[in-house]
Ligand binder design. Structure first.
Ligand SMILES: Nc1ncnc2c1ncn2[C@@H]1O[C@H](COP(=O)(O)OP(=O)(O)O)[C@@H](O)[C@H]1O
Ligand SMILES: [Mg+2]
Length: 162
């Protein structure tokens, strides 16, 4: 499904709905350019998991962990060369464990993602359609998860769902 949000607050709200819908073991693969809003979305996901801290960009470390309804492992792979490096430092213990993993720069390690991964692509549209704060957010995942997520999102963010 695709959602167009008009500002960062809406991206956080969307993240919160996603966070509420997650189960232990969920993996979110986030793709999109620098400044697209991946970290902003993760702040919302953290709220939806009842995490009190606000995630910050973990660019200078590879992963930050947060305690909540389910633990959140927030990865930023901007400085990681690929799947071998990531698995070489033991990331599999977190990725395939009982927490929720949200992985920024997922495009660098596509091969690590299992079939139940939720993929979220965030795009900044061309400047002629909408304000500079508009984002196109595409969400893909298992059919049952997407359809139940869609009905929740349509109620909470009625204007933006497509
Ligand atoms: N609709 C939006 N959604 C998310 N961020 C937005 C939006 N509009 C403007 N922004 C701004 O864009 C920036 C996104 O930063 P960030 O989430 O760190 O990007 P990324 O993690 O993808 O590199 C923030 O400064 C945020 O305030
Ligand atoms: Mg980021």
């Amino acid at each position: 499904m695709e959602i167009r949000v008009t500002d960062a607050e809406e991206t956080i709200k969307l993240g919160e709905i996603i966070g509420k819908s997650l189960e232990p073991g969920s993996i979110i693969a986030l793709r999109g350019d620098l400044g697209a809003g991946k970290t902003v979305l993760v702040k919302g996901i953290a709220r939806g998991l009842d995490i009190e801290d606000e995630p910050v960009s973990p660019t200078f470390v590879i992963m930050n962990a947060y305690e909540g309804r389910i633990p959140l492992y927030h990865f930023d792979l901007y400085r990681v060369s690929g799947a071998d490096e990531l698995m070489g430092i033991g990331a599999d213990e977190f990725l395939y464990g009982g927490g929720v993993s949200a992985v920024e720069w997922a495009e660098r390690v596509e091969e690590i993602f299992p079939e139940y991964t939720i993929y979220i692509d965030i795009k900044i549209p061309e400047p002629d359609d909408g304000s500079e704060n508009t984002r196109e957010i595409k969400i893909e995942g298992k059919k049952e998860w997407v359809s139940s997520f869609r009905s929740t999102a349509e109620q909470a963010l009625p204007a933006s769902t497509r």
